[in-house]
Ligand binder design. Structure first.
Ligand SMILES: [Zn+2]
Length: 92
């Protein structure tokens, strides 16, 4: 006895497997907008840490979902924090 009937194998609209790719990426929301943070404090290292790689590089807004406005503010905050040695320039 065959376990599958041939008619069953047809899929009308290419059944999606796994995560949706291509056209729609998962919509990321800016974490600062969500928390309604207007000013990004350079002393808020815990928050800024999430926007830099473990090597100390600033992540792209595309990677974090941070909106343009907050990305600009965050970049300034990170640079300021670096200057005060709160964040590393480059950690190796
Ligand atoms: Zn934002």
């Amino acid at each position: 006895m065959s376990s599958e009937s041939p008619a069953r194998r047809q899929r009308p609209y290419g059944a999606s497997q796994g995560r949706p790719r291509g056209r729609y990426m998962r919509r990321k929301v800016c974490s600062f907008c969500v928390e309604k943070i207007t000013r990004i404090d350079y002393k808020d290292v815990a928050r800024l840490r999430r926007l830099v790689t473990d090597r100390g590089k600033i992540l792209k807004s595309r990677a974090t979902g941070t909106c343009f406005r907050h990305q600009r503010a965050a970049t300034r905050a990170i640079k300021r924090a670096r200057h005060l040695a709160l964040l590393p320039f480059v950690a190796d």
